[in-house]
Design a protein around this ligand. Structure first.
Ligand code: PBE
Length: 268
């Protein structure tokens, strides 16, 4: 039988996302670790460019390897699979955690409590992401999810009082998952009377903004592996409010039609 050399067709390139993303760092580590990836490179651009490249490859039934993560709308849109990672370059199950600046509890107790109580499921986040992917404005998709999930939302605001225009700044990165979560939390806080600003940054600056108190918090800390190095650098200068979502995952993702199951099946 004739073996397809996918690697050549893909130019020995893993299609990455933003240079500061944890999944890109893990992919670079995989390139160092796996013999099968010797001579490969991880290209960096943006999450949007990665999604476009993935869609185009699938339209043409061409091979592609992307840095992927769950929750993400791409799994609802396309037939995809994670490549097995026997060396563990991409870690295991991840949590998404909420981090706030030191002192927020005293300064803005109602904001602190909402951020502390914010917690949802992958399927919730996917609902919001998919609506945005299908053309809704992020704030619109967030409002729709909120009005369909009043019980969940009231468990986040339980024990808090409405405020009159208290300013809150949340930071995030323009990853589809974080656009969804940050907009939902922001809308919930707005409905409680907060004056909320959400500011997209790169990954490192997002962490440092919370560490130095320029921002009140973020709901976008992927741990323990994805943002392990940021946690090590900044974790002690902020307060960890625990997981807002369980069962997240990162890895190398390919279309189902590709005849590879493991990173080890790629070719140097
Ligand atoms: N992600 C989405 C991020 C965390 C959230 C997997 C693209 C990252 O790799 O840093």
């Amino acid at each position: 039988t004739e073996e397809v050399n996918y690697s050549e067709q893909m130019n020995y390139e893993i299609t990455g996302i933003e240079a500061g993303a944890g999944v890109v760092a893990s992919a670079q580590e995989a390139v160092e670790t796996y013999d099968s990836l010797s001579g490969w490179e991880v290209s960096t651009s943006s999450s949007g460019a990665m999604a476009t490249a993935l869609g185009e490859a699938i339209d043409n039934e061409e091979p592609i390897v992307v840095t992927g993560w769950t929750p993400h709308w791409k799994f609802a849109e396309y037939d995809l699979k994670y490549l097995e990672d026997p060396e563990g370059s991409f870690g295991d199950a991840e949590q998404i955690k909420t981090m706030v600046k030191t002192g927020l509890q005293d300064e803005k107790p109602n904001a602190y409590t909402i951020l502390d109580q914010f917690q949802w499921e992958s399927s919730d986040m996917e609902t919001v992401m998919l609506e945005i992917q299908n053309g809704a404005e992020p704030a619109e998709a967030a409002k729709n999810w909120i009005s369909n999930n009043e019980d969940t939302v009231s468990s986040w605001t339980e024990g808090t009082e409405e405020v009159d225009g208290t300013e809150v700044e949340l930071v995030y990165v323009n990853w589809d998952s974080e656009i969804a979560s940050t907009n939902v939390v922001a809308e919930v806080m707005k409905q409680q009377g907060f004056d909320v600003t959400i500011t997209p940054l790169d990954n490192g600056p997002m962490w440092s903004a919370v560490a130095n108190g320029e921002a009140d918090g973020m709901v976008a800390a992927w741990l323990p592996a994805t943002h392990g190095s940021q946690m090590e650098q900044y974790g002690e200068q902020m307060e960890d409010l625990g997981a807002n979502l369980e069962g997240a995952k990162i890895g190398l993702v390919v279309p189902e039609y590709m005849d590879v199951e493991s990173i080890e099946d790629l070719q140097p």
